[in-house]
Design a protein around this ligand. Structure first.
Ligand SMILES: NC(=O)c1ccc[n+]([C@@H]2O[C@H](COP(=O)([O-])OP(=O)(O)OC[C@H]3O[C@@H](n4cnc5c(N)ncnc54)[C@H](OP(=O)(O)O)[C@@H]3O)[C@@H](O)[C@H]2O)c1
Length: 414
């Protein structure tokens, strides 16, 4: 454990962009009963740009100069893996505690950082890396009995959730993305969010935290929301649900996971998580726990980072157990929402028969004619593995000349 007995915590800030700037402003406010946090140095690309830092702070593009200020804690808000990874390894090697909000770095190098933290008995906290506005990771890190979980399902990307929520209300995906950018919910380049990459990285961090395994985010089945069609959104409603950007993992036996838009039945707790809200439903030994709230944004992220800093400074954080075993995440067997369209389709009952002949059994269907005069049908199926679905859909395309799309479907928790 690390205990600071000083009257202020001196920190080095790696990155002073959106979150770093919010953090500098927050740290400059009166701290009330809490220990003041003083930013003594900041690493940026362009030191000539004005930053809301005290004139005494050393603002530099030279990473080596940071450690010369002998910070009590290093806060990493650079983003990406380089130069964040070597700098954090160096900090931990020097026994300087680290707070980071960087899910990309943790998702890809979390095991290595954990091993370095354990080797030097130094705290490494990352509450703001996933669902920054809902502090639950730290709570569970200190409560292993309550955190004994076997699976989770979550909405962890506010941009995608906002866009799909707007699309359900009638907006086009393109218009919804523009609106999200106008409101500051989406980055100028939102590709990582819309393609599901951000969600897969956060899922990898959640798997590390709760399942204690290291899964590379690129190895998780990942799909973005760009391909979700207005017809799928309409059929989902008619079939009693909604399409949401979901991540899920189950490690009760082996490990399965995916990050993709999925049909969520209306009775599922995640069906009502709208707009930029995030939520995590954790399957613990003692029951299902739901955490819901704001996912990100500079102000809430900065507040969460500052709480991590003060927790370390108070000496209440133990170093972690070390590196994690590498694991593969298999694609799970799930229910599916199948959508097919063509100028003229066979009767739904004939389509269902053809799918059943390939072992894909339907349990509900919905039909409509699209604006461009196509026949469009959707089917909810019982559980199947992805290769079986692909085979059945290939056969359907061959038989009827239709185009096909498949989304995974969640089940209402028992
Ligand atoms: N934004 C959010 O709401 C949010 C929420 C949760 C987590 N996070 C995470 O927080 C981290 C920071 O996000 P952000 O939105 O604040 O990013 P950002 O606005 O892009 O800021 C990045 C900062 O790092 C500096 N930087 C980047 N590469 C550098 C390099 N090679 N050498 C020196 N300085 C470098 C930049 O310097 P310049 O200023 O000179 O360009 C900038 O100050 C990311 O890991 C992100 O995933 C963000």
């Amino acid at each position: 454990m690390t205990t600071c007995v000083a009257s202020s915590v001196d920190v080095a800030l790696l990155g002073c962009g959106n979150v770093g700037t919010a953090l500098a402003r927050l740290a400059a406010q009166p701290s009330g009963p809490h220990l003041p946090v003083t930013i003594t140095s900041a690493l940026v690309r362009d030191p000539s740009r004005p930053r809301p830092l005290s004139p005494a702070a050393r603002v530099t593009a030279d990473a080596r100069a940071l450690f010369a200020t002998q910070p009590a804690i290093v806060i990493e808000l650079l983003g990406g893996t380089e130069p964040a990874r070597p700098l954090l390894l160096e900090a931990l090697g020097r026994r300087i505690p680290v707070v980071t909000a960087n899910k990309s770095l943790l998702a890809r190098h979390g095991s290595e950082l954990r091993a370095a933290a354990a080797a030097s008995s130094t705290p490494l906290l990352y509450e703001a890396a996933v669902v920054a506005g809902v502090p639950f990771l730290g709570t569970f890190a200190r409560r292993p009995q309550a955190a004994a979980a076997s699976g989770l399902v979550a909405i962890v990307n506010g941009t995608s959730n906002f866009v799909l929520t707007q699309a359900v209300a009638g907006a086009s995906v393109t218009a919804a993305v523009t609106e999200a950018q106008r409101l500051g919910y989406a980055e100028p380049d939102p590709r990582n969010d819309l393609a599901g990459i951000d969600a897969a990285e956060k899922l990898a961090v959640l798997i590390q935290h709760f399942a204690h395994r290291a899964v590379h985010p690129d190895a998780i089945e990942t799909r973005g929301i760009e391909a979700v069609s207005p017809a799928q959104l309409a059929h989902a409603r008619e079939l009693g649900g909604v399409i949401k950007p979901v991540v899920t993992a189950d490690w009760s036996e082996g490990l399965t996971a995916f990050a993709a838009p999925a049909f969520v039945p209306a009775a599922h707790p995640l069906a009502r998580v709208d707009g930029v809200e995030n939520a995590v439903l954790l399957d613990t030994r003692h029951g299902r726990l739901l955490f819901q709230g704001p996912g990100a944004g500079p102000a809430v992220t900065a507040a969460t980072v500052l709480d991590d800093v003060r927790e370390i400074a108070a000496g209440s954080v133990a170093a972690g157990a070390g590196g994690l075993p590498a694991a593969e995440a298999a694609a799970p067997e799930t229910e599916w929402l199948i959508t097919i369209d063509a100028p003229r389709l066979p009767r739904p009952v004939d389509v269902a028969d053809l799918l059943a002949a390939h072992g894909l059994f339907t349990r509900a269907s919905s039909s409509r004619r699209t604006a461009d005069g196509q026949d469009c049908q959707s089917f909810l199926t019982w559980r199947a593995i992805a290769p079986r679905v692909e085979l059945a859909l290939a056969s359907l395309r061959l038989a009827s000349g239709c185009t096909t799309a498949a989304l995974r479907a969640l089940e209402v928790p028992a």
